[in-house]
Design a protein around this ligand. Structure first.
Ligand code: HEM
Length: 433
């Protein structure tokens, strides 16, 4: 395949994919457009910077830290369910805006209650959504790629810059307030050993990144801003797409949805209490549904890496130095050689531990694999399970039942895949229990 004038290889076989993900860590040049917005944030940083950034970020996303966000998730998932109530029972409506506002990770990232779920016009979220659209437009349209030419599309360029500054200034202001707060509280002792204690109640990603980078002498304001924007961009739409696709699938498969409801009622009974951290491991069937939904519809369907040197694949094929390589998570997830003849079917129980017998770790990689995989995996699972359980405890999704086990969903390619609005939006109805 040719990407512009540059050769680009497409990989779908997990064995070849593993080789590339382990040995080629540089992001392809296409990521430069995202770099315009988040600078050298870990997700797009060139390898020498990425190594340092990754080491600093990892301690901020350990399972213990993620677990400490449970109260925020409990409140926010409850707000999400309440926000859906006025629309439920009124016929077809799109759940996307509700979910998109829920997944915005500003409270955990910055400790700022944006109240995005209350106000659909929060400038930060509006800017984030618009800039994401503009970025994917640029990535997929060659004529928008050269900087000098993009500037000639004055409307787009001006909007891009406006959104970029809205996001940047908002995060910069929060960082500046955090610095003042730390100076007042004299909590600026240097912490350099990456050992953040297990008690982190009320700590945000911002606090944690300051600590793990070495206290106030660690990351400067620009580095902090880049990493916070990265967490927000990496964590918002990905989780929202997965939640929305799962709801669409449950609308198509009422029997599977029924099993989710049964599991939820065994965990929550008639109680309307908030989510608790003990609930999550009990939601095993819901977890299989989410995993199967992300297998068929991975929120990040492709990854693009750049080969700095020639790479010999296990298949015998040699990828030339300088080429780009597209890793098709979508293709790996639907490969009948590994997933069997029913690879295209929606079948959550294939993830039952006793049934799942994947011959290769890269057969299933919604969060990628190798040294540059997703650091937000635990956070995302908690966010998705929390949101879906809050919604499905109260409501039933009514869709047009699918005739067979292979779901037919029209997907729109953006930076991520998403269902096409107005075609497969789940209809939400009250569930009378
Ligand atoms: C369903 C939700 C999510 C999915 C499917 C997902 C998927 C991915 C994938 C595929 C990558 C790897 C890109 C590559 O290998 O080139 C990645 C990287 C990353 N993700 Fe996630 N992600 C999700 C949620 C999150 C969340 C909630 C956060 C943070 C709170 C997060 C933070 C990151 C970061 C920082 C990276 C960059 C890692 C690096 O380059 O070292 N992600 N994610």
């Amino acid at each position: 395949m040719n990407k512009g004038s540059q050769k680009c290889e497409l990989l779908v076989d997990p064995v070849n994919i593993e080789t590339v993900l382990k040995s080629c860590l540089e992001k392809d040049d296409l990521h430069r457009f995202i770099r315009n917005v988040i600078g050298n944030g870990v997700i797009v940083a060139p390898v020498p910077i990425w190594k340092i950034r990754r080491k600093v970020m990892m301690p901020a996303l350990t399972p213990k830290i993620v677990e400490s966000f449970i109260d925020i998730f409990a409140t926010q998932t409850n707000v999400l369910a309440q926000k859906l109530e006025p629309s439920c029972g009124t016929g077809e409506f799109s759940v996307w805006p509700f979910i998109n506002r829920y997944t915005l990770v500003t409270e955990t990232a910055l400790g700022v209650k944006l109240k995005a779920q209350d106000d659909p016009n929060v400038p930060f979220l509006t800017a984030l959504n618009r800039v994401t659209n503009l970025l994917s437009e640029r990535i997929f349209h060659l004529w928008l790629q050269p900087d000098w030419l993009y500037k000639l599309f004055r409307g787009k360029y001006t909007e891009h810059e406006k959104c970029r500054f809205t996001m940047r200034d908002f995060v910069a202001e929060v960082i500046s307030k955090k610095r003042e707060e730390r100076a007042i509280n004299k909590t600026s002792e240097i912490e350099t050993d990456f050992n953040i204690k297990d008690s982190h109640k009320d700590q945000t990603f911002l606090d944690l990144l300051i600590k793990s980078s070495g206290g106030d002498k660690g990351y400067n304001d620009v580095e902090l801003r880049e990493e916070i924007l990265t967490l927000i961009i990496a964590g918002t739409d990905t989780s929202a797409v997965a939640i929305a696709n799962t709801l669409v699938l449950l609308g198509k498969y009422p029997k599977i949805q029924e099993k989710v409801h049964e599991e939820l009622s065994s965990v929550y009974g008639d109680s309307d209490r908030l989510l608790d951290k003990e609930d999550l491991p009990k939601l095993q069937y819901l977890e299989r549904v989410i995993k199967e939904s992300m297998r068929l519809y991975p929120p990040a369907p492709f990854l693009v890496r750049k080969l700095l040197r020639e790479v010999a694949l296990p298949s015998g094929h040699v990828l030339p130095a300088g080429s780009g390589v597209i890793i098709s998570i979508w293709g790996a997830h639907r490969n009948p050689k590994y997933w069997g003849p029913d690879a295209e079917c929606f079948y959550p129980d294939r993830f039952l531990p006793e049934r799942l017998n994947l011959p290769h770790p890269c057969c299933y990689l919604p969060f990628s694999n190798g040294p540059r995989n997703c650091v937000g995996y635990q956070y995302a699972m908690m966010s998705m399970k929390g949101a879906l359980s809050a919604i499905l405890r109260r409501y039933k999704v009514i869709g047009t039942p699918e005739e067979g086990p292979i779901p037919r969903m029209k997907m729109k390619i953006d930076i991520m895949y998403n269902y096409r609005e107005n075609e497969t939006n789940p209809k939400m109805h009250y569930m009378y229990l």
